[in-house]
Design a protein around this ligand. Structure first.
Ligand SMILES: *Cc1c(COP(=O)(O)O)cnc(C)c1O
Length: 377
């Protein structure tokens, strides 16, 4: 089905004379029944029918159906953050003695889940930086392969189709973080990937007003996650935030298109700029990624923290802040992680700045960068 048809129509045919133009927010914790029979029926299908909002809520359910369809998967679960989605998906399938393979340099908190949490439960994890190395480190007890392709700072991409096929033959579950590409620019289902996770905080949300996460997969795997981590850890989204996400989705194709156009323009300018040492973005077209989105990283030609600070502070249109994929353009200088409570700073590249392109006019963005880069020459 066409993505726009999914976003605008799927799940919104109620079969009544008049339906609301925007779906209602079911701001309720529970559902009340006229009969024991009705209550019993709802409980039989707690992952699909409204009973208690930690399980199913109609506003959240509408969103999960649309996101599953966008990823061409059978079903989906929505979480209160990308990290809740990732940890719930991973933890639902592992037990002591299992082995996990993970791509090198995943999102920081995914890395902590892999390094710190899984070790506590006697799950061994190997981090590999190439598709071939990943496959050749499969062992008898390998249960799950976790992919972030491309990753969100240096954008290494992996051959997800080859990995998906090899893993499926060996009955190993594959999980892919598709936040960078969105369902519109990378199709993990076509690469035989089992579970797709998203930080919906980024492009799916796109307005810096909510934190959310998604897991998409087959009915069987999603039901397993529902019965395990989803209901036990309870990392759900509120009906109100699910409604905001439904609203955000309606402009995803148009937002992404505008962001891609500006990003190409700005990358062209930065690649040739004498004050920029290196630009990191996924080499297009790499494997299954159809195109780039709007996130990339530059290394400025300086080792002086104060110069990087001056560059960032000088920008007027780009705002300093975490996250990405929003309507406003954002920068995240790596030097801000030095001496922070949660990040290791030994390997921080001083000149490294991550840039997320938003919906502003690309000429305005280019001029803003140009002004700040002039400080370096
Ligand atoms: C932000 C991010 C996450 C975590 O998502 P939250 O919504 O912040 O919990 C996971 N993966 C990637 C690639 C991210 O950028």
């Amino acid at each position: 089905m066409d993505p726009r048809q999914i976003i605008y129509q799927l799940g919104e045919e109620f079969g009544e004379e008049a339906i609301p133009g925007s779906p209602p927010i079911h701001q309720t914790s529970n559902y009340l029944f006229n009969s024991v029979k009705g209550m019993r029926e709802a409980l039989k299908q707690e992952n699909d029918l409204p009973f208690y909002t930690r399980g199913t809520n109609p506003t959240v359910r509408l969103l999960s159906k649309k996101l599953a369809a966008l990823e061409s998967m059978e079903d989906a679960l929505i979480f209160g953050s990308g990290s809740a989605a990732i940890s719930s998906a991973v933890l639902s399938f592992l037990q002591a003695g299992d082995h996990v393979i993970c791509t090198a340099s995943p999102y920081s908190w995914t890395g902590k889940l892999m390094r710190n949490w899984l070790a506590r439960f006697q799950v061994e994890v190997d981090f590999l930086n190439s598709s071939e190395a990943l496959i050749s480190s499969i062992k008898n007890n390998t249960k799950l392969i976790y992919l972030e392709s491309p990753n969100s700072w240096t954008f290494e991409a992996y051959d997800i189709k080859m990995i998906g096929q090899q893993a499926r033959e060996k009955n190993i579950i594959t999980v892919l973080d598709n936040s960078y590409a969105t369902p519109l620019l990378q199709r993990p289902a076509e690469a035989d990937i089992d579970l797709v996770v998203h930080s919906a905080t980024k492009y799916l949300g796109g307005h810096s007003d909510l934190v959310a996460g998604v897991v998409c997969g087959s009915q069987q795997l999603i039901t397993k996650i529902f019965q395990e981590a989803y209901m036990t850890l309870g990392g759900i989204i509120s009906p109100n935030d699910a409604w905001l996400l439904l609203r955000s989705l309606r402009t995803l194709p148009q937002r992404l298109e505008a962001i891609q156009k500006s990003t190409k323009d700005i990358l062209g300018f930065l690649r040739d700029h004498p004050a920029v040492k290196k630009v990191y973005y996924p080499l297009a077209p790499s494997h299954s990624l159809k195109d780039m989105s709007g996130l990339f990283t530059i290394d400025l030609k300086t080792d002086d923290e104060h110069v990087v600070e001056q560059f960032c502070d000088h920008l007027q249109v780009f705002k300093l802040g975490p996250s990405w994929g929003s309507f406003h353009s954002l920068i995240f200088p790596a030097i801000t992680t030095i001496n922070s409570m949660n990040y290791h700073s030994e390997d921080t590249v001083v000149g490294r700045v991550r840039i997320s392109i938003g919906l502003e006019d690309s000429e305005v963005l280019r001029a803003d960068l140009s002004n700040a880069l002039n400080l370096l020459s």
